[in-house]
Design a protein around this ligand. Structure first.
Ligand code: SPD
Length: 281
């Protein structure tokens, strides 16, 4: 019997999908991990009742988190993913043939287990790719201990800024990322909703500015997430050209992207809501 699964934002707004089947519902040491089948967007993952990803909608989020950083970093071979337990970010990273090693540090092992078993389409071939190295642990502690200049790209694919992902929104964390990143590398993080999580979004930009010379938010609609537009934030040190895409690397990944393409890249960074632009000037 179908029923509605809703996430309620700040008590004033909600997004729901018709759920036809519960595939998995268990409490981990960190959160409630739920996988359901939905009529509108296929299989979906929720953490503590908050929508994280869904088959019918995930490409926009994972492509936009991954490719702007991968294509602007110089020759990315070593990639660190913080979070990313559904495997979608690893899948996009591993489409880049120059990548030699991906370390993915997910705090909640149950999320990875449940997604591999019940949401296998999102990680797809990444789960069996020998270049992927999984670590179950605290991403912030991992990056704090990483050697300087040990990654060419860092992607932060965490949940909302409550619970285990809260630490991924601090200046301290981004300073550690900046140290672990190569000087010609690039980082991208999910940046929350510029409407429903405006204060957290602006604070995150401020925290990242404490660690990187260049910090640039970009926006696109993701059906599953609140407030119409979602955000990602690209960051790098001076000398990395945000608009200079590596054409050979782009040609490999672009044909199979659903959302991202090279023609839209520079425009991504131009379409900033004016109130955000004024707030971050
Ligand atoms: N409000 C949802 C925020 C989710 C951001 N991360 C999603 C993880 C998908 N890999």
């Amino acid at each position: 019997m179908p029923s509605w699964m809703d996430e309620i934002y700040e008590g004033v707004m909600r997004f729901g999908l018709k759920a036809t089947r519960t595939l998995f519902d268990q409490r981990s040491d960190f959160q409630q991990v739920t996988l359901i089948e939905t009529e509108g967007l296929g299989r979906a993952l929720l953490l503590d009742g908050m929508w994280m990803t869904a088959e019918g909608d995930e490409a926009t989020y994972h492509e936009l988190l991954t490719h702007p950083a991968m294509l602007t970093a110089q020759a990315p071979r070593r990639v660190l993913i913080i979070g990313g337990g559904d495997g979608g970010t690893a899948r996009e990273v591993l489409r880049h043939p120059g990548v030699e090693r991906v370390d993915m540090v997910e705090v909640d092992g149950l999320v990875m287990e449940a997604c591999r078993a019940h949401l296998p389409t999102i990680g797809g071939p990444a789960w069996s790719d020998p270049r992927l190295h999984l670590v179950v642990g605290d991403g912030a502690a991992f990056v704090a201990q990483a050697e300087a200049d040990s990654y060419d790209v860092i992607l932060v694919d965490g949940a909302d800024p409550v619970g285990p992902a809260e630490v991924l929104f601090s200046e301290r964390f981004y300073r550690d990322c900046a140290r672990a990143l190569s000087p010609r590398g690039a980082l991208a993080t999910q940046g929350g909703s510029p409407r429903v999580q405006r204060a957290e979004h602006l604070n995150l930009i401020g925290a990242m500015r404490g660690a990187f010379a260049q910090v640039a938010p970009y926006y696109a609609p993701v059906t599953l997430y609140p407030g119409g537009a979602w955000s990602w934030i690209w960051a790098a040190q001076a000398g990395v050209d945000r608009d200079a895409l590596d054409a050979a690397r782009l040609a490999v990944i672009e044909p199979d992207c659903k959302q991202y393409h090279g023609g839209a890249h520079a425009g991504l960074f131009a379409v900033i809501p004016n109130d955000i632009l004024k707030a971050i000037r």
